[in-house]
Ligand binder design. Sequence first.
Ligand SMILES: NC(=O)c1ccc[n+]([C@@H]2O[C@H](COP(=O)([O-])OP(=O)(O)OC[C@H]3O[C@@H](n4cnc5c(N)ncnc54)[C@H](OP(=O)(O)O)[C@@H]3O)[C@@H](O)[C@H]2O)c1
Length: 214
Amino acid sequence: MRVGILGTGEVGKALGKAFVALGHEVKMGSREATNEKALAWAREAGRGASAGTFADAADFGEVIVLATLGAANRSVLEAAGPERLRGKLVIDATNPLDYARGFPPGLSVGHTDSGGEQAQRLLPGAFVVKAFNTVGHAHFFRPDFPGGPPDMFICGDDEGAKERVSGLLDEFGWGTVDLGGIESSRYLEAMCMVWVLHGARSGSWSHAFKLLRK
Ligand SMILES: NC(=O)c1ccc[n+]([C@@H]2O[C@H](COP(=O)([O-])OP(=O)(O)OC[C@H]3O[C@@H](n4cnc5c(N)ncnc54)[C@H](OP(=O)(O)O)[C@@H]3O)[C@@H](O)[C@H]2O)c1
């Protein structure tokens, strides 16, 4: 499979590396084709990894990962080109974090809208699934917790796209909990703050969510 990663931060690098490890081809996109972080990532990731612009990555990928600063999502998706993403699965790992008042950040949108819904509105022909936004990047691939595999909470409007993400999560070493349509991003983006606040208060970032059932 060909994967286009929009974003050169820790999330883009970790997910890109995981997809390469699973034998997929990955192109990391950024504002400039000469972005040093993207080129360095591609060199280090090796066979199957490459770098280009947001538009190059959007063209390349059968599956796209949105992994940019939440506040930049609109300009990133406009640069990627909604027409290039038509009919494709777009995994949205972003959070609309607002650092105007420092740390911990607030959310720039919530209750009545969300970053996930905004991304879906910007990409009317794509299948946006919110995933990977409620845990730190260090645990994305093959998470190792004494309590067993944690659960990734996801949402999106297209059942087939969510099934695909659930299959990928299984390969990554995660259980999946589907919370419904893309509007549930309002709660998943807030849930990111639960993960962050626990980390900040405990001074440890080695935690993940799991839904206990009986
Ligand atoms: N860090 C984590 O562990 C984690 C976990 C789950 C979810 N998330 C979420 O995932 C997203 C990515 O997080 P991150 O920590 O990897 O990186 P980040 O620092 O939040 O974002 C870095 C990416 O955003 C791009 N960017 C920044 N400002 C931009 C602008 N004005 N226009 C276009 N692109 C812009 C950067 O481009 P350049 O390369 O050009 O600088 C880079 O590709 C965020 O929304 C974050 O909330 C993070």
